[in-house]
Write a protein that binds this ligand. Sequence first.
Ligand SMILES: Cc1cc2nc3c(=O)[nH]c(=O)nc-3n(C[C@H](O)[C@H](O)[C@H](O)COP(=O)(O)OP(=O)(O)OC[C@H]3O[C@@H](n4cnc5c(N)ncnc54)[C@H](O)[C@@H]3O)c2cc1C
Ligand code: SF4
Length: 512
Amino acid sequence: MGNPRGFLDYERKEGNALAPKERLKHYKEFYFLPSKQEQEIQGGRCMDCGVAFCHTGIIAKAQQSMDSMDMGVIACAEDNAKPISGGDVGCPLRNLIPEWNDLIYHGLWSEAYDRLSLTNPFPDFTGKVCPAPCEDSCVCAINGESVTIKNNELAIIENAFSAGLVKPYIPKKRSGKKVAIIGSGPAGLACAWELNAKGHSVIVYERSDRAGGLLMYGIPDMKLDKSFVTRRLEIMRQSGIEFKTNHNINSQKIAKDILKEFDAVVLATGASKPIDLCIEGRESKGVMFAMDFLTLNTKSLLDSQKGGDLAKNRDVLIIGSGDTSVDCVAVALRQGAKSITRFERSPKKAETRLDSNPWPLKKDTFSTDYGLKEAIEHFGKDIREYQTLTKRFVAKNGQVCGVEAVQLEWSLEDKRVSREKPDSLKHYKADLVLLAMGFSGAEDGLSKTFGVELDSKTNIKTNNYLTSHKKIYACGDAKMGQSLVVWAIKDGCECAKIVDKNLTEKLSCCVK
Ligand SMILES: Cc1cc2nc3c(=O)[nH]c(=O)nc-3n(C[C@H](O)[C@H](O)[C@H](O)COP(=O)(O)OP(=O)(O)OC[C@H]3O[C@@H](n4cnc5c(N)ncnc54)[C@H](O)[C@@H]3O)c2cc1C
Ligand code: SF4
């Protein structure tokens, strides 16, 4: 710790964001880091705590469900060592946060990059899109403002790129083993990067026309400009990893051929099976899945530098309250929507932490993410409708023109929405409805194609990353269910360790 008074002497300083009015004119990123010198000072706010929680990477879950998972329990001092439950604590990648905070404070940027690279192969992605559970677990956040960990991470990697420090990694020796990775999202990429570094020959198969998974077609350009995804993919290619795009591994015949050709196969196919809303009028034109809306827009931007126009002059209704819905709001605004409404089933969250969500858990409080801020500024009001349940889509000549919805009552006893409020049925005008209610596991057909078992949530069932097939592994959302980029990267890296161990053991058997 360079300056023991850092957290007292320096205030938290964020980067600069373009005002919503300005940024709605384009799809470019709108958030810019402070200067390098200012970022160094931010590094000095880290106290290098005796017990730092920012880098613990714990999933705090109910005790009974913890047995089979890679996690720890933390004791809540005020509650007689009862385990804290219901959220993550610290960085899932266990990034060495206090160490690189100190290094940047001392201007040792290259050393900071070396430390960061030990745990995170893609800080260029997490530095932009991670919700930063590390900052919620920062000791400074107990009664003040956390260290700008995410910005520091981004500054380290962007500085490393500018200084030419980020180079391809070509292993000195090849193992002679071949691994096929199906799916090129963050989990597949992390797994590919680690296995290639261990000397195995890796081919990544991707059904889309571009690699990157949800980093490419999912998270919009405003949060992650696609040039940053291609920049990373290029380094991976130069390191010897082969990408085969437009390759849908969707038949038993193709799967069989792959299993014959490769020593191991990793399924990193994501969890993009969207949850549907099968109510009256669902078949109407203008009711679509949020992911289709987002993908079309990104594809249009990539192919023709122009965004889509599905939401132009439309009354847009978005059903669901997660990241996907926020991205839909932001894209619909840029396409020129006439109005936007967002429904969520849950009540508005509390402004401050509840007793059930104490520090150092990831915060579960009311927040207004970027797209919602933009909508509030643009329309002059909040577009969120809480405790709202959609009952039917109303259509005219097959085209949706509205929805009917009711209000839900909040049960204090059960702490959940329960009954429909009597006489609360209301009509909402909408000629584009986007379904953003989450995802429900690995895609249908995958288990049949590869002959692997699924678990009760239709994710791919694994035991230490190995599926029910002795040559097939799984990682990322396909195994965990819809998650976060940082978790997908961690899972991809962990999976690579197991694949490498098993392949290397086989190799040493053969040598003997
Ligand atoms: C709209 C949206 C916004 C999000 N925003 C954020 C965010 O801001 N921050 C964050 O941390 N997380 C965010 N997430 C979650 C995050 O993107 C995912 O958790 C993460 O991408 C999962 O990584 P993955 O590699 O497991 O799967 P994916 O990224 O889903 O990649 C899977 C890939 O496999 C390919 N594939 C599937 N089946 C086959 C097949 N049979 N043959 C060949 N290829 C196949 C798919 O085309 C896809 O490219 C967001 C998710 C969505 C949907
Ligand atoms: S990856 Fe996410 S949780 Fe980890 S240090 Fe970076 S911002 Fe924090």
